[in-house]
Design a protein around this ligand. Structure first.
Ligand SMILES: [Zn+2]
Length: 472
């Protein structure tokens, strides 16, 4: 009898505790304007019911009944949109001897409305971070992690933790298989890679059913990358298609690292922007996704911020002091050798026009910050990238697509996230203002919802406070 008694007591205890857990996980957002992002519309006066991180029901506030055990969030005057994706970011940890601050950086991302981040180079500690978020041990966006970047050679400091030298096709094939086995979500490639090694990577990745993402180098060049259907970052080797002929300056202009090359900048006056629509069509025909990371290139290489502007960005408070020092050094050496203003203005104009024409041609674009390059810090910078998309000519709705549905579709997560619909995960932002009226309103974050729960205004501010340790 005694054992029975204990047995029943245990059952009751389990029932009680799971009952109260369920109640804690039921939320109703009342009287809110919903921007579902599956079409261009604002649904006013909606109630959204959430249970255990899933949207249970969504409909007119007058019709949707809110049960007693729901925690009610008043959405009056507010806008609900899907959480943001940053499709190109890195942790500070990969830079030289920097200490591991992954956990804190994730808080900074979440406080800025990022509910899904793709870490663009791999490290075992990033796979751990991904797992820690998944199991609820850490607070942060869901993570996807690309493998350590495959390079033909590495001319920089060996202190970096983010690369794997693949000097032969055999080594490349082996690396792709191993990284897939280790659980990485994509194969990241970088420039300085011979053609036959690129071929081996693409072939092995197809066999392993894993996507090839990243840079396009001056040896591989754009047509080959398009034929391989690589997902391209930074619009690498796009600007080279505007050269007067393919042999001009060995086919190189100001893609990527060539922002440091005088010879590359000297090609800019000769670039023919009337070739941009044909370029956009060839990218569209290849059926690939593109992450322009235009904010980073424009405000650091094209028309750099002043020192004062850098210090006034919120990002600056979250930059570790060792990084700060290094970044000022890089910046000052860049400024010293900077190309003439006229060339940099044309470069900025072309980068914007390429984004606009890609969008017009129907190429799915994805928002990526490339934090923490230069003074760009993960979190705040995704809003800067969205604004840069609008500056290039996208509508606010199209810009929002680059950080919601487009990346969700690319990563085959669109059946569960990226839009606000019943049955999907509750990854969203509650904004004080309408981002379709002004893209800058994505910064007016009142609260953030993820499957780990609801972060109201105080909780969001608290995360930002906690993340300030990064800057100390
Ligand atoms: Zn990057």
């Amino acid at each position: 009898m005694r054992t029975h008694h204990n047995f029943f007591a245990l059952i009751i205890l389990i029932a009680l505790s799971s009952g109260s857990a369920a109640a804690q996980n039921r939320y109703a957002i009342k009287n809110v304007s919903v921007i579902p992002m599956n079409r261009e519309v604002v649904l006013s006066n909606q109630t959204v019911l959430i249970e255990d991180g899933i949207i249970k029901n969504i409909g007119n506030s007058g019709k949707v009944k809110i049960g007693k055990d729901y925690k009610v969030i008043d959405g009056t005057g507010k806008y609900l949109m899907p959480g943001l994706f940053d499709m190109h970011t890195h942790f500070f940890y990969e830079h030289g001897k920097h200490v591991n601050t992954n956990e804190t950086e994730l808080k900074l991302m979440l406080a800025n409305g990022i509910t899904m981040a793709r870490i663009m180079t791999g490290h075992p500690s990033y796979l751990e971070a991904r797992e820690n978020v998944k199991t609820g041990k850490w607070i942060g966006p869901e993570l996807k992690v690309a493998c350590p970047q495959l390079v033909g050679r590495w001319p920089w400091s060996p202190d970096f933790k983010n690369y794997e030298i693949v000097a032969s096709a055999e080594k490349a094939t082996k690396a792709v298989k191993e990284f897939k086995e280790q659980g990485y979500d994509a194969i990241k490639i970088t420039f300085m890679m011979a053609s036959e090694i690129f071929d081996a990577v693409v072939k092995a990745a197809a066999e392993e059913n894993i996507k090839v993402v990243g840079h396009v180098g001056p040896i591989v060049k754009l047509p080959k990358a398009l034929a391989a259907k690589q997902q391209i970052e930074h619009m690498d080797m796009f600007i080279e298609m505007l050269l007067p002929d393919t042999s001009y300056n060995h086919g190189q202009s100001v893609s990527d690292f060539n922002i440091y090359s005088k010879a590359a900048w000297a090609t800019v006056p000769h670039l023919d922007e009337s070739k941009i629509p044909a370029l956009a069509k060839s990218v569209k025909d290849a059926g690939i996704y593109v992450t322009p990371t235009n904010y980073f290139f424009i405000t650091n290489a094209g028309l750099p911020f002043t020192d004062e502007e850098i210090k006034q960005k919120p990002d600056y408070n979250y930059l570790p002091s060792d990084s700060k020092e290094e970044k000022w050094k890089y910046r000052n050496s860049y400024l010293k050798n900077m190309a003439p203003l006229e060339s940099r203005e044309k470069y900025v104009h072309i980068r914007k026009k390429m984004v606009y024409e890609l969008w017009k041609a129907g190429v799915p674009l994805m928002a990526g910050s490339d934090a923490p390059e230069f003074f760009v810090v993960a979190g705040f910078s995704i809003h800067d990238e969205l604004k840069t998309m609008v500056d290039a000519g996208l509508t606010p709705f199209a810009a929002l697509q680059t950080a919601t549905v487009n990346p969700a579709t690319f990563m085959e997560m669109n059946t569960r996230t990226g839009t606000i619909e019943a049955g999907k995960e509750a990854d969203f932002l509650l904004l004080d203002k309408n981002p379709l009226e002004d893209i800058q309103n994505t910064r007016a974050i009142h609260g953030v919802f993820t499957n780990s729960g609801w972060y109201d205004n105080d909780a969001v501010n608290n995360l930002l406070q906690q993340a300030l340790v990064l800057g100390q």
